[in-house]
Ligand binder design. Sequence first.
Ligand code: SAH
Length: 345
Amino acid sequence: MSSKKDIRSLNEDDLKEILISNSFKSFRANQIFHWIWKKSVKSFDEMSNLPENLLKFLNDNFVINFIKVHRMQKSSDGTIKNAIKLFDGYIVECVLIPTNDRITACVSSQVGCSLNCKFCATAKLKRMRNLNPDEIYDQVVLINQQGIEHFDKPLTNIVFMGMGEPLMNYNNVLKSIEKITCKSGLGMSPKRIVVSTSGVPKIIKKIADQGVKFKLAVSLHSAINEKRTSIMPFNEKMSLSELEESLRYWYDKTKKIITYEYVVWKGINDTDDDISALVKLCKKIPSKVNLIQYNNIDDPNFIQAPMNILNKYIKTLDSNKIKATIRRSRGQDIDAACGQLANKL
Ligand code: SAH
């Protein structure tokens, strides 16, 4: 591990100051940033419009910690899963999901996860650290490059549904989104970004106050408080009523509809009471429901409910004018689907 500073942890003004105090011209900071953030170069020597003495200064004092692909796997459905090696040796995963009209990047926000959702493979990994903004940004750049290389299409959408809980690392997640959406970065529309959370009420309110423009998805899985606690134990501390209140606040501030992610399991949330509770919740705050297919993580307690139960959910939601869809799973054969990211190498 290098003791030199990662140049990407600086903002442009910091870099300008450093350059000026070392007798370089301040406009060089802009050129350097262009190479780093627009061109995604991995070494200073590729910065062909910089003078020799500046290249030497940069090489002597800084590093560029661009993430490295440790392993790439391609699913029979085209999904690509990357195991990414970070500068300190930790590994996280990011996934490219191709569909007819989209290339979606599913990115990680933490090494491991501190929440303990019982049905999620990532939950079995201890949370080791938060990802830096540039480590999140790099996953997006990588998937964009892979989209062009493998599918002739650039990235169109980003979902924060990889490893970790984005709202437990929201400062860095927001910084990465700034870079992804700003002109000097990738210039993507924030409307194409979905941040998925298990539901951290305090942070939901905080980001609503900041006037963010991305979409919010909440992993609900049950609208009955005790039941939710039994499958998502952190719900004991951050209860459903607190979550509800924060989502009301989010909607009032942002006017953005919330998507609930919901898996239906046999014997867990497959009764009429479960459906009624979900309908009741959806009626309180403008929202839609995404029924996600369960991806097996070899736990006998969790078995996907049969199609007739999913159809009952859809029918009831529909008759209550609540939009609901069923999301097909992608990349299951390479453990790249939701909740399967667990560094199985
Ligand atoms: N921590 C965030 C983002 C990561 S998980 C969150 O909880 O939203 C992304 C989505 O996959 C969440 O909706 C999560 O509940 C769901 N998920 C987790 N394990 C799953 C599994 N085994 N099968 C299907 N979906 C799963």
